[in-house]
Write a protein that binds this ligand. Structure first.
Ligand code: BGC
Length: 763
């Protein structure tokens, strides 16, 4: 019925338009077989829109009432509802589930003058109801195919729930583990970050955006959000052109080139200008230099936040500055819907700017196929079949295993023996079915993750004795500030100690609760929250055979554990299948292959800490006891675990590093990799370069290639890389990409601290 309605009005209308007699609804018409491009359809539609309707497309509202209950008649909700009926809303977020989405879409399509469908946005960050690992964890897999698959599965599940646009991937680079949102990104490196950005965009959007299983993606937060001063969320960002061009921009540019349909700007100011009102970012870089033709949505209320920033005096100025700067859609500031039409009528804003924004938005709606069938994401039977299906659970388990990083394994304590062991399982997080879901889990129900306890119970050959020991936080609700207040209660210690005493092996699951990282959850300390460190030391006194399983959304300072505990597994927050993934790795049914996407510091004072730092004029101790060099007097410069680091149940040896310069656009590098251990394993072979002398100084190491290689025990393989201008060049301080002749080092290995080195000269 719906399809028929649309096809009919669309086909009639083109004829009418050409005769100059189009009525409003007909003007949107199109025929699938016609030669009109989407741009032509958009132009035809734009031509019949009033200024209020155009501005309406630029207005996005959060879900504001229970759409299946009575309609709102009072207050803010009533006003939003009125706007929806008038066609003054172009998009809604946080409306989800087929029934709800259908209800709002019906108003937009059937009750407004033009019937333009809504685009329905949602934070599908690492899944919808069934969750993959948090993005930082996924990045630790360095497995681009698996990451792409994870995004594709998230798209499929959310699309089945009526969603057609995700606010992901977050491609902000960050070097500061204090920042709570590092959990949502791919870590500290622009090369890895760019590859992952592309994989995730391709996963969400697929090959055909009009397919009912794909959704539009959004590269966020443009730009600099991950460089918040002191790691405090929303804080000031002040960075120079070199960092901006070489570190912050690359993943955004890669996402744009991969065809990401939308961008989101950011809460932060960048060098004195809020990102939302920043014409340099949105117009000069994104829309001009990169020729980007998708649309930019603001962050939540970020237009209005420009008043608190001290950039705009009132809402009218907010709207004017944001639209001129290139923000196309206003998320929840009500600034465009209230002010823009008047600004145009008063000649303060050129209608051409509005037209450009609206065209960008309509284009994406056309590409999603919403004009052909606005209810294409609203199929109850598909919703039932897809959400939580076996296919989706299998996919999230697969990426969860691949995201785990083995940090230490002294005396091969891992993998655990499958029979006859008495295992003590300790820590509140070991029995937590909510924390592994992380903080971005709006559609996931509480207690739906597999806990470590449940995962271990699948293996029947051993005896598991569980003792909580201590809670991590005292809070309960998702947004409760108490979640970041740690309990001091040690009453569970004695049971944990007596359980540990009797055990052959102690598995301790410690770290941060899922709600202790994420937006607004920055930390000034990076140790184990609460009394968990004391618990760990108390248990260690009675049984040193400890496997520490870390659950956390950011790098932690775990120096004591590294010095004492024989085995450490970084298991992040792994999503719905967390406990199964952890158990399979603990028992060796999956050989860990993850590598850290972010440096682990030894102390908070080292932060920001990252592997691709600059050398300084005084990088090395000049003489014994000399003080005047770039260092700390109370801590070494070295991190606890470097970027790219991670062990396996097997071992790998590298040899025969070879470099051949064919031209300045082709440097061939090869290396031999051998599995020198006893079991099959995967290694992420990493290639770094250093441009020794340049007109803008270059980092001591920069990742420029990697390959995930699986080898059986005893087997060798030669791995090949080719470095082109793209890898050998860099952005100068004017933002030009240049390549300079001179001396380069190449490093290859299984971590950024590899010493296997060769050199070459570029003519
Ligand atoms: C976050 C965005 C998110 C938006 C919508 C904001 O608070 O910064 O990343 O997409 O909310 O939920």
């Amino acid at each position: 019925m719906r399809n028929y309605f649309y096809t009919t009005i669309f086909s009639v209308a083109l004829v009418l338009i050409s005769c100059g007699k189009a009525n409003e609804k007909d003007a949107m018409a199109t025929t699938e077989s016609g030669s009109n491009t989407i741009n032509k359809k958009v132009d035809s539609l734009l031509a019949i829109m009033t200024i209020e309707e155009k501005v309406g497309q630029m207005n996005q509202y959060n879900g504001f009432w229970n759409v299946t209950g009575p309609t709102p008649s009072e207050g803010g909700a009533a006003k939003k509802y009125e706007h929806l009926k008038k066609g003054y809303v172009g998009s809604m977020l946080n409306v989800r589930g087929v029934e709800e989405v259908r209800a709002v879409q019906k108003i937009a399509v059937e009750e407004t003058r033009l019937g333009i469908p809504l685009i329905i946005g949602f934070d599908v960050i690492h899944g919808y109801e069934t969750l993959s690992p948090i993005p930082l964890a996924e990045a630790a897999s360095w497995d681009l195919e698996a990451i792409k698959k994870s995004a594709a599965i998230a798209a499929k599940e959310s699309a089945a729930a009526g969603i057609n646009w995700t606010f992901a991937p977050m491609v902000d680079i960050s070097r500061d583990a204090r920042w709570g949102r590092v959990m949502e990104g791919a870590g500290e490196d622009p090369y890895l970050g760019s590859k992952i950005a592309v994989a995730r965009v391709q996963g969400f959007q697929g090959d055909d955006l009009a397919s009912p299983n794909t959704i539009a993606a959004c590269a966020k937060h443009f730009a600099g959000y991950g460089f918040a001063e002191s790691g405090r969320d929303y804080n000031t960002v002040d960075v120079g052109t070199s960092t901006l061009n070489n570190i912050i921009f690359p993943p955004f540019k890669a996402a744009a080139q991969a065809g990401v349909k939308t961008f989101m700007n950011a809460f932060n100011e960048l060098n004195g200008v809020p990102a939302t009102g920043n014409a340099y970012l949105q117009r000069d870089i994104l829309k001009s230099k990169w020729n980007y033709d998708g649309f930019v949505v603001s962050d939540w209320g970020s237009l209005n936040e420009m008043i608190a920033h001290g950039f705009a005096a009132n809402k009218k100025e907010v709207a004017e500055l944001a639209v001129k700067a290139g923000s196309d859609m206003d998320m929840e500031s009500y600034a465009y819907v209230e002010e823009l039409a008047n600004l145009v009528k008063e000649d303060k804003v050129d209608e051409g700017l509005i037209n450009d924004a609206v065209k960008r938005i309509l284009r994406v709606k056309y590409e999603l196929g919403l004009f052909d069938d606005p209810y294409k994401y609203c199929d109850e039977s598909r919703e039932k079949e897809v959400i939580g299906s076996q296919e989706i659970n299998d996919a999230v388990l697969d990426i969860a295993k691949k995201s785990i990083v083995l940090l230490k394994n002294e005396g091969n304590l891992l993998p655990l023996k499958k029979e006859g062991q008495n295992i003590a399982l300790i820590g509140a997080l070991a029995n937590d079915k909510t924390s592994p879901l992380g903080s971005w889990r709006i559609a996931a129900k509480d207690s739906t993750a597999i806990s470590v306890l449940e995962g271990l119970q699948n293996y029947k050959g051993n005896t598991i004795s569980y003792a909580k020991g201590a809670d991590v936080t005292i809070g309960k609700g998702e947004f409760a500030i108490e979640l970041n207040i740690n309990t001091t209660d040690k009453s569970g210690f004695s049971k944990a100690i007596s359980t540990a005493k009797r055990a052959d092996v102690v598995v301790m699951v410690l770290g941060e609760h899922g709600f202790q990282s994420g937006e607004g959850r920055s930390r000034s300390e990076l140790g184990l929250p609460g009394v968990q460190q004391e618990l760990l030391e108390a248990v260690y006194k009675v049984n040193k055979n400890i496997v520490l399983v870390l659950n956390n959304g950011r790098p932690l300072t775990i120096n004591w554990a590294d010095a004492h505990v024989p085995a450490i597994l970084e298991a992040w927050q792994l999503g719905t299948q967390s406990g199964h993934a952890i158990a399979q790795v603990l028992y060796g049914d999956y050989n860990p292959s993850g590598k850290l996407p972010m440096t682990f510091p030894k102390s908070v004072g080292q932060v920001p800490i990252y592997y691709n730092y600059k050398n300084t004029g005084r990088p090395k101790l000049p003489a014994p006891n000399e003080v005047f060099w770039s260092h700390y007097t109370d801590q070494s410069n070295a991190p606890l675990y470097p970027f790219g680091y991670g062990l396996s149940y097997t071992t790998f040896a590298y040899s025969n590093l070879n470099v051949q310069v064919v031209s300045k656009n082709e440097v061939q590098v090869s290396v031999d990799l051998k599995n020198t251990g006893k079991v099959t394993g995967k290694e992420v072979v990493q290639l770094y370069i250093r441009d020794l002398f340049a007109s803008v100084t270059r980092p001591v190491k920069e990742l420029k290639g990697f390959e995930l290689v699986e080898l059986d025990a005893g087997i060798s393989k030669t791995i090949h890389f080719v470095l082109t201008e793209k890898e050998l060049g860099f952005y100068d301080n004017e933002g030009h990409f240049i390549i300079e002749p001179g001396k380069f080092n190449v490093f290859v290995g299984g971590s950024s601290n590899t010493n296997l080195e060769a050199n070459f000269d570029l003519e």
